[in-house]
Design a protein. Sequence first.
Length: 190
Amino acid sequence: MQIGFIGIGVMGRPMTLNLLKAGHSVTIFARHPDKPEVQEVIQAGARLAPSPRAVAIASDIVITMVPNSMQVEEVVAGPQGILEGARKRLIIIDMSTIAPTVSRKLAEAASALGAHFLDAPVSGGSQGAVSGTLTIMVGGEREIFEQVLPVLEAMGKKENIFHVGPNGAGEVVKIVNNILVGAIAAAIAE
């Protein structure tokens, strides 16, 4: 499968490198292609595309890993976004931690075009991204989850990749995880 990746930062850089190490063909989009982390990914074998739309055209699966809901909406549904280049059966996997309502809205927009959308936020931090041992909580169609599992396994620990329910459920589980981590940290500090 042709993989697209948007968001070559602290998490996205090592995730993309792990996809390349696993033998996947990867096309990326980066707002700042001259940054060292982007150049490292290109030198490792990724191809640079001029827009998220171009990434979608070149890919079977497009992964996004950007900081917030607004940026996910922009790269997926904005001008020159993924949905502008989407075709039937394109799979979009958003691995950012964003609002569940935004995930559901983008899933509906993708579905209207015959494409699929999974929300798949991660836990494990930058070290987990580097070592390919992220925990991944996936919301969306189970059949599509099973189809992309080998791709997710290039970035996460097999036993820590979970299908947790319909669109938005991955984000809900991630938010619960963050709340628990915060409460435990506060309790330990107390």
